[in-house]
Design a protein around this ligand. Structure first.
Ligand SMILES: *Cc1c(COP(=O)(O)O)cnc(C)c1O
Length: 425
């Protein structure tokens, strides 16, 4: 290896972009991480409320009134987090009756909740329709039958699995076989399914092409496609649409070399998108929705674990932590990643220390899958030191196999204005 190929850590640069790191400490919500965990113990997820609010406000500003923001609850379903985004003005996008209850508990008004998901059951449809819901996003013929059997009026959109879009690149724009929604090319065969519906008020279209989009042009292209699809559907129906849901999928950087979604570029495209709505009388007055999860909740969260032991095996240094993939599957590279790359990771009480060690960071589980970072540069660590994995506010605790190996759940802690509160488990 040439000297320049020495393992680097992209953690410190990420930390500096997201949080106050002016001294030796990573600050979350106005407090040093080590002070918070002295109170809560490790392992834990710490959520910086101000950082989450900032993500919401940055997006809202970029959208310039073009679309309303619904927080996708599955990214982080803790009611305190849902409530934070509700306070900022968000509705809630849910995918199960459990998320419905979380949204209601968080104070989201029923009419500001929308429900998508490929396998909605009779009991959950009944509970949300009887409890009240803004819209159901219909994904199968059976769902139409079930809702009609419940026999109470409800608004609905059709969820569409988009065709590949040459401009956006087939990779991200769907076009593959999926269980989500109806294929776009089947739209004219799907609309007649609603012909005799007495209780379903078909008001809109929902299109969601993929997650973790970092390219603003690709995102805007997807939105443009959604608008033209909405216009086409309105023409087929011969009446205006009330709702155009353009989906979530706004990405955040995780890996070395990735850069944040360029919100200025998104913002620059908004007048053009507004003009597209205006150009089609049947969708001019439609309510446009975007429903991000990761973008809103991800950057504000860090996962903190304590070093249990440090050992060397055949030339590789292993740092064994008290937490791992049972709390944070995504960071271990086992939640959908094809190539396992390191999340940004820092030693939150040693921010100014030299990165003199190269180590592999593992959790306490008895499986090599439980690896949190491979071959990464870090300060020299010993038992009792802390590590923090950044970009961990979304798809963390609730997307991890908490039952595997029967360790305790991670604590989840909201920190705002120098005050911390355990909000989960
Ligand atoms: C998961 C999901 C989202 C949120 O996705 P992100 O990539 O976190 O923005 C939005 N809409 C639907 C229908 C989803 O399933």
């Amino acid at each position: 290896m040439a000297p320049t190929d020495k393992p680097q850590s992209h953690g410190p640069a990420f930390a500096a972009a997201l949080f106050d790191t002016s001294e030796n400490d990573l600050m979350i919500g106005g407090l040093p991480v080590r002070d918070i965990v002295a109170g809560t113990g490790t392992p834990c997820f710490l959520y910086d409320a101000a950082a989450m609010r900032r993500a919401y406000r940055d997006l809202e500003t970029a959208l310039g009134g073009f679309a309303d923001i619904y927080y996708s609850v599955k990214a982080n379903p803790l009611p305190a987090i849902v409530s934070l985004f509700r306070q900022e003005g968000a509705g809630a996008e849910i995918a199960s009756v459990g998320e419905y209850r979380a949204a209601i508990r968080a104070g989201v008004a029923a009419q500001n909740i929308i429900f998508a998901g490929p396998g909605k059951g009779m009991a959950e449809l009944r509970e949300v329709i009887e409890g009240g819901i803004g819209e159901i996003h219909i994904e199968s013929a059976e769902e139409i039958t079930r809702i009609e059997a419940i026999g109470k009026p409800v608004k609905a959109s059709i969820r569409i699995n988009p065709v590949p879009d040459a401009q956006a690149g087939a990779m991200r724009m769907g076009g593959k076989a999926t269980a989500f929604g109806f294929d776009e090319e089947e739209l004219e065969n799907v609309l007649p399914l609603f012909k005799d519906a007495r209780y379903i008020d078909l008001v809109g279209v929902h299109i969601y092409g993929g997650t973790q989009i970092l390219d603003a042009d690709m995102l805007v292209s997807q939105w443009r496609h959604g608008i033209s699809l909405a216009a086409r559907m309105a023409e087929m129906l011969g009446r205006p649409l009330e709702t155009i849901d353009l989906g979530g999928g706004l990405g955040i950087p995780y890996f070395a070399g990735e850069t944040p979604l360029d919100l200025e570029k998104v913002s620059a495209a908004i007048p053009d998108l507004k003009a597209l709505l205006k150009a089609h009388p049947l969708i001019t007055d439609a309510h446009v929705i975007v429903e991000p999860g990761r973008f809103l909740a991800g950057p504000g969260g860090v996962y903190v674990a304590e070093v249990n032991s440090v050992k060397t095996s055949r030339g590789t240094t292993f740092v064994v932590m008290d937490g791992g993939m049972h709390h944070h599957l995504a960071a271990s590279g086992n939640l959908g990643q094809i190539v396992k790359r390191n999340y940004p990771i820092v030693a939150p009480a040693m921010m100014l220390a030299e990165h003199e060690e190269t180590a592999t960071i593992v959790g306490p589980l008895c499986t090599p899958l439980d690896t949190l970072a491979r071959n990464t540069a870090l300060p020299k660590l010993k038992a009792g030191d802390l590590l923090a994995i950044l970009q961990s506010g979304a798809y963390g605790a609730s997307a991890s196999p908490a039952g595997f190996l029967s360790h305790a759940a991670a604590k989840e802690v909201l920190v705002e204005n120098g005050v911390f509160e355990v909000i989960g488990r």
